[in-house]
Write a new protein. Structure first.
Length: 371
């Protein structure tokens, strides 16, 4: 049963509803105050838009690069299989909070039946329905949900992760939608250094609100891999909706869009670059992200992707041991300046106030039922 304090807090925080991913290994799971493990936080779900690169990158606008998961905790990526995440607008509606008692099949702890679509034909935004629910999904229907993605860097140190060593390895079309969402892992993804890899969850919604993007931090590791392949250096995706021959194949960068600086993709006027076919991403594991030949010299690949690589001289004498990342020097200028972390976030909820207050009302109703 909810205490009055918890109900009040749920109501207050849910007013800023968007969607994020909740997992073992995530940063800022309990918010950004390291003295408190907040069960009822939505800090990581707040969107990024019109921010400078050094603050949108890794959610530095809210200090989430500084609040790692507990030692030894990782998001596990099973090579050649899939992992399941929880997409929700608040930790309260995941199994990582309150023993999972407020969890439903959906992102907001509510029950509903499908199909769930916005009003009209073609459908308007979900939030335009009489119940005003679902604004945080920025969608008109499941089919219209933009697609979300995961990227991986073999750098353990967040300060060494750059656009040039962070590679999109999995995409799920038509998400975010329901809470439980599975992503496929390439079978050839090599193991991470002992300290783990860096993984980011990524989303650019397709309209239905302020144009924005999402990038949330995880410490991750690949499990069950026998691969000795190396990831190639990613390139910025290219809009190719109208001509698939224009799609960029091979390793791709995450997409930065509608920021004050650091954008790496462009879309036609009025359109949005999304993690789906229109930017050349296929659904599922991105199997085309590896350097072609396994015996490629390390000099031919990005220095920062060398973690799982063994040089030809080492290979003959020792069993391959992952290089420790501390010895790898990032050559890119992309590394963010760690100092600039305390600027006030300008990100606001992208939905109108009516969305938020209506959402509150739902929770209030919900809370009454449980009281
Ligand atoms: C925590 O996040 C809030 C909201 O974004 C922000 O105002 C505050 O400065 C952050 N605290 C730290 C220590 O980064
Ligand atoms: C959703 O349905 C489940 C199962 O019937 C029920 O236990 C739960 O209280 C419902 N949640 C809400 C928010 O109505």
């Amino acid at each position: 049963m909810l205490s009055h304090a918890v109900i009040a807090s749920l109501l207050a925080i849910s007013a800023n509803a968007h969607v994020g991913t909740w997992n073992p290994g995530m940063y800022c799971r309990g918010g950004n105050d390291t003295k408190e493990d907040n069960q009822n936080t939505n800090l990581i779900v707040n969107p990024l838009y019109q921010l400078e690169k050094d603050v949108w990158w890794q959610q530095r606008d809210r200090g989430c690069h500084l609040v790692p998961p507990p030692d030894g905790e990782f998001l596990e990526l099973p090579a050649g299989a899939s992992f399941t995440t929880e997409l929700a607008n608040n930790r309260a509606f995941t199994t990582l909070s309150y023993d999972g008692q407020y969890v439903s099949d959906w992102q907001d702890g509510q029950n509903r039946t499908e199909p769930w679509v916005g009003p009209g034909t073609p459908p308007g935004c979900l939030v335009d329905n009489p119940d005003k629910a679902g604004g945080e999904l920025h969608a008109r229907s499941r089919e219209h949900a933009a697609g979300t993605a995961w990227a991986i860097s073999y750098e353990s140190d967040l300060d060494k992760v750059t656009m040039d060593n962070l590679v999109v390895f999995s995409v799920r079309y038509h998400t975010p939608w329901k809470r439980l969402t599975a992503y496929d892992v390439p079978a050839d993804l090599p193991e991470c250094p002992p300290e783990g890899c860096y993984c980011a969850w990524l989303w650019i919604p397709d309209g239905c609100g302020q144009p924005n993007m999402y990038m949330s931090n995880h410490r991750c590791k690949v499990t069950g891999s026998k691969s000795t392949k190396t990831l190639g250096t990613p390139k910025a995706p290219v809009w190719c909706e109208d001509d698939q021959s224009k799609c960029l194949s091979g390793p791709k960068q995450m997409m930065a869009w509608n920021q004050a600086s650091g954008d790496n993709v462009v879309a036609p006027q009025g359109r949005t670059p999304t993690y789906n076919e229109r930017m050349g991403f296929k659904d599922g594991a991105q199997d085309d992200i590896f350097v072609e030949s396994e015996n490629q010299a390390s000099s031919s690949s990005s220095s920062s992707q060398a973690a799982a690589q063994t040089s030809s001289t080492q290979a003959s004498t020792q069993s391959p041991a992952p290089a420790t990342t501390t010895s790898i020097q990032s050559t890119s200028s992309e590394s963010s300046t760690a100092a600039a972390t305390h600027s006030t976030p300008s990100a606001q909820p992208s939905q109108g106030e009516s969305t938020c207050s209506k959402h509150k009302r739902h929770l209030r109703h919900h809370a009454r039922h449980m009281a």
